[in-house]
Design a protein around this ligand. Sequence first.
Ligand SMILES: Nc1ncnc2c1ncn2[C@@H]1O[C@H](COP(=O)(O)OP(=O)(O)OP(=O)(O)O)[C@@H](O)[C@H]1O
Ligand SMILES: [Mg+2]
Length: 232
Amino acid sequence: MGNTSIRVENLVKNFGEGDNLVEVINGASFSVDKGELVALIAPSGAGKTTLLMMIGCVEEPSSGTIYLGDEKVYENRWLTRKTRKIRREKIGFIFQAHYLIPFLSVLENVTLVPQANGISKKESQKDAMELLHYFDIADKADAKSSQLSGGQNQRVAIARALANKPEIILADEPTAALDLVRSIDVVKMLKKIALEQNVAVVMVTHDEAMYPLCDRILKIEDKKVVSSPPSS
Ligand SMILES: Nc1ncnc2c1ncn2[C@@H]1O[C@H](COP(=O)(O)OP(=O)(O)OP(=O)(O)O)[C@@H](O)[C@H]1O
Ligand SMILES: [Mg+2]
């Protein structure tokens, strides 16, 4: 596998059955390397979120194969009963809404999951402060999330997604609620993480202005996934 972070082969996802069967993905094969930031694009309802959630071991595929790093996690069934553990250890999720807890401080939001995973308060706070410095938001560590702007909260949400040192970041329209300047800011940050921490980042976006900032475009077309350079 070497440098490959995500490998998907012949993935199929249907919802419902019989007359109510909806085929969303039908035979998707692609891979994403460590250190790569790829945009995942397709019209509304084409299956972007569904695909992301299958890679993230949240939504069960109908058939196919998924490798995360060197581990084959799915082949016509989950190959482990510990999908939650894989999710927790390997994946960082970022969503359109930041889902921070408004009445907790920035620092508490970022340390919540690591502490739940058994990391000591002191160590989790040290790690979190490093991340907050990295994202230039350390001065807000003690502010409540509700006191921050949308762009600031999204930076905190990225710090939180990184707090578990994931190998893969799955971001579902992370810039949808932001203006152009803040959007570019967030995507450049994701690129920096990919490069400096060798993380694979898959980002769903509807914003064409973000394409040139990505290494590659994955597009869902005819229920499959095609890859192209960002200029096309
Ligand atoms: N739990 C579910 N049960 C039945 N159908 C579902 C379910 N989740 C998603 N779908 C269907 O699967 C298709 C893909 O949905 P998905 O949310 O992945 O699209 P999307 O590309 O993320 O769209 P958007 O850009 O609007 O977010 C849609 O037709 C949707 O109605
Ligand atoms: Mg979606």
